[in-house]
Design a protein around this ligand. Structure first.
Ligand SMILES: [Zn+2]
Length: 430
């Protein structure tokens, strides 16, 4: 089945070369597109084929998120915790662990659907998610996968296993991960953070990652407390511990944050070829510090850390934060923004091929050219310019609305689920 894009200004996401052209986009997780001089006449289309008029619009590859938490979707506007956190570990204990313990499968589905709508409308078609729901682990990952599938997005999921809620919850996390990956879904073996993961669990997780030929997805040195508690309990720094356990041999691994690393740890990461996810807004929000990623590795992905689902916003925030920390240039931030596709290609992920595209109605006061595109990317192009999104060759957003699901109904249900979640959190605190 072919989708025709008529009279587009196509921007190649790698070379930034631009051309006025029509495109024939094929459907399917591994399909692509071809250029055409003109689209076929309407009476020559077969059933299911259609033409999207892109006159005056930019068309380019859609986006990906390298580190997301859909489980936090229903946190927006929730009542303040009974005690105000004064440091990062208290932020986890009083806010996020209080929330994730109260999630049930219906709330998880509502969170995933609402988050998927936001991702789709922001042009984000590949989502790497890190999920937590310690008392609703079984079937949590297929629930999220099916929600993303309903909206039409591609995904790479994991459950963040830890020892923080005891052995039974830890084992349920390992079992869910094994079952999910055994069922043929693409994903990681997720771990929460070094200070909440015992040596025994780390060993089991690396073995599970080897079994399924995947990597570990884990928070590393987000706050100094992760390093301090890891050193005190396990006698090694967080990345040194990963090295000993063999986690750095799993090149598909994603280490999120990496703010507080020693020189030796940076070298271990750089030499291993694993990936690091930068989440500048979350780091600023939690006041945990900011890293200079150039000193760690070129394998840097950008994420949202669950704060929102807008990768253009993440890129702009990382650019501004990077001015102070590492003097980052336009092309360097754009490379990080687009590295998620290089990651997808390196590990043969499904659903991020050339038939993932978006249409931008970009009302620029100045001309957009290959040699100034990056300045438009940093200072001009916003999610509000995204008018249509194509994932795996299928239109999932058109006229700024999701076409695959009833947005109004999904968000109304999410609001009901948020009330149920907040009430559960209130009971939990009493
Ligand atoms: Zn995170």
């Amino acid at each position: 089945m072919t989708l025709y894009l008529k009279d587009a200004t196509f921007v190649d996401w790698q070379s930034l070369q631009m051309k006025k052209t029509c495109l024939a986009v094929e459907a399917g997780p591994d399909a692509g597109f071809s250029f055409l001089d003109k689209v076929p006449p309407l009476d020559k289309l077969t059933p299911g084929e259609r033409i999207l008029d892109c006159t005056g619009k930019l068309v380019t590859k859609s986006f990906g998120c390298g580190h997301h938490h859909i489980y936090s979707t229903l946190a927006r506007g929730m009542p303040a915790p009974p005690r105000s956190p004064v440091n990062f570990v208290e932020i986890l204990k009083y806010i996020w662990w209080r929330l994730d313990k109260c999630l049930d499968l219906e709330m998880i589905e509502a969170s995933a659907l609402a988050s998927a709508i936001y991702c789709a409308k922001n042009g984000v078609t590949l989502i790497v998610d890190h999920h937590a729901s310690p008392f609703a682990i079984k079937n949590s990952l297929p629930t999220i996968a099916k929600a993303f599938d309903r909206v039409g997005l591609s995904h790479l999921l994991c459950y963040e296993i830890s020892d923080r809620d005891g052995e039974a919850v830890r084992d349920a996390g390992l079992a869910e991960t094994d079952a999910f990956l055994s069922a043929g879904y693409q994903g990681h073996v997720g771990l929460h953070a070094s200070f909440t993961v015992s040596d025994e669990l780390l060993t089991s997780a690396v073995a599970l990652a080897e079994k399924h030929s995947t990597g570990i997805h884990m928070h590393i040195a987000e706050d100094l407390a992760d390093q301090e508690q890891t050193i005190a309990t396990y006698g090694a720094r967080a990345v040194e511990r990963l090295k000993r356990a063999g986690a750095l041999d799993r090149k598909k691994s994603i280490l999120s944050h990496c703010i507080h690393l020693s020189q030796a740890e940076k070298e271990l990461i750089r030499n291993s070829g694993v990936w690091v996810a930068q989440n500048a807004e979350s780091n600023q929000n939690n006041n945990v510090g900011l890293a200079s990623y150039k000193s760690i590795t070129g394998n840097v992905l950008l994420g949202t850390d669950g704060m929102h689902s807008d990768m253009l916003r993440s890129a702009k925030a990382a650019f501004l934060a990077g001015q102070a920390t590492e003097g980052i240039a336009f092309d360097e931030i754009y490379t990080r923004f687009r590295n998620v596709h290089r990651y997808a290609r390196e590990f043969g992920l499904r659903g991020d091929r050339d038939n993932n595209l978006l249409v931008l109605d970009y009302d620029s006061p100045t001309e957009v050219m290959p040699d100034n595109f990056l300045a438009h990317f940093v200072f001009g192009i916003d999610s509000r310019h995204v008018t249509a999104v194509i994932c795996k060759g299928t239109v999932i957003v058109e006229g700024g609305r999701v076409t695959t699901i009833d947005e109004t109904k999904v968000l109304a249900h999410a609001r009901e689920m948020s009330k149920k979640l907040w009430a559960a959190m209130k009971r939990h605190a009493e």
